[in-house]
Unconditional design. Structure first.
Length: 267
């Protein structure tokens, strides 16, 4: 299997990639700065064998993504896109909580990715796509959120969660389904005309894709014991490496169960 990975220089995407590489798969890492992984001890063997491909590219640059994609498919067809893009830093506002820059990082990166792939290879379907999101984004998902997390999610994480909602809405568009009523973010995240340039395969160009709504992410040791099910359920936290475990050990082997759905992962 060949995985095209964005946002995999660290944390969930990185550790999922290591697991996938250990099974003999190929991973193309698209990185703003490939030097961050060039000397990585855990990757050295895979880099030298060509199984780990480090490609320079900015997730917000259509030209970079198109070049990275064409380089990847020249090696072998891509079977899975792993999108774990997320902000690495945020400022703090008393009125808005944590503020990421740009405010539409995940949404714009995913739109750039899909449009660049479609532009480069318009006759080819979009491969299976896994997108990392969060619990507690919409009214329905907030309804099952533990009370202790509601102030955190409703105020402190409001801005990054608007970005995640925009990202999810892009996948819902690919499923041919409407996003939860009243939950689309404003034009700062999803400007008018955002659908232009997306594939038009009867509104189902991402029909087998998966949105992972991870619980509050922690840097604790992985347990490899967690809940993963279609839809929302009440959960508080999960280790980042357990989300990686889910992607590499369960999702890719149980796609018939999870494909085309929102999947919550938590303890």
């Amino acid at each position: 299997m060949h995985i095209f990975a964005l946002g995999a220089s660290r944390n969930i995407g990185y550790h999922a990639s290591l697991r996938l590489l250990s099974k003999g798969n190929t991973v193309t890492f698209v990185l703003r700065n490939p030097s961050t992984l060039e000397a990585d001890e855990a990757l050295k063997e895979y880099i030298s064998s060509g199984k780990a491909r480090l490609v320079k590219g900015d997730a917000l640059s259509s030209d970079d993504i198109k070049a990275a994609w064409l380089g990847a498919v020249a090696v072998s067809p891509v079977d899975l896109i792993m999108f774990t893009v997320g902000a690495t830093a945020a400022s703090f506002s008393l009125w808005e909580g944590f503020v990421i820059n740009p405010r539409d990082l995940c949404t714009r990166s995913l739109l750039t990715l899909i449009k660049a792939i479609h532009s480069a290879m318009p006759e080819h379907p979009i491969p299976r796509l896994v997108v990392l999101s969060s619990t507690g984004l919409t009214r329905e998902s907030k309804a099952v959120l533990p009370y202790i997390l509601r102030p955190l999610y409703g105020w402190l994480l409001h801005v990054p969660h608007d970005d995640k909602k925009g990202m999810e809405a892009v996948v819902f568009e690919g499923w041919g389904k409407p996003y939860e009523a009243g939950e689309l973010p404003g034009e700062t995240v999803l400007p008018s005309g955002w659908k232009e340039g997306l594939p038009s395969q009867n509104g189902e160009w991402a029909k087998e894709s998966v949105i992972i709504r991870a619980a509050l992410l922690m840097d604790s040791a992985p347990r490899e014991r967690y809940r993963a099910q279609v839809g929302d359920f009440t959960t508080t936290w999960i280790a980042r490496r357990d989300v990686s475990h889910f992607i590499a050990e369960r999702l890719v082997n149980e796609w018939e169960t999870f494909g085309g759905n929102v999947v919550t992962v938590g303890n």
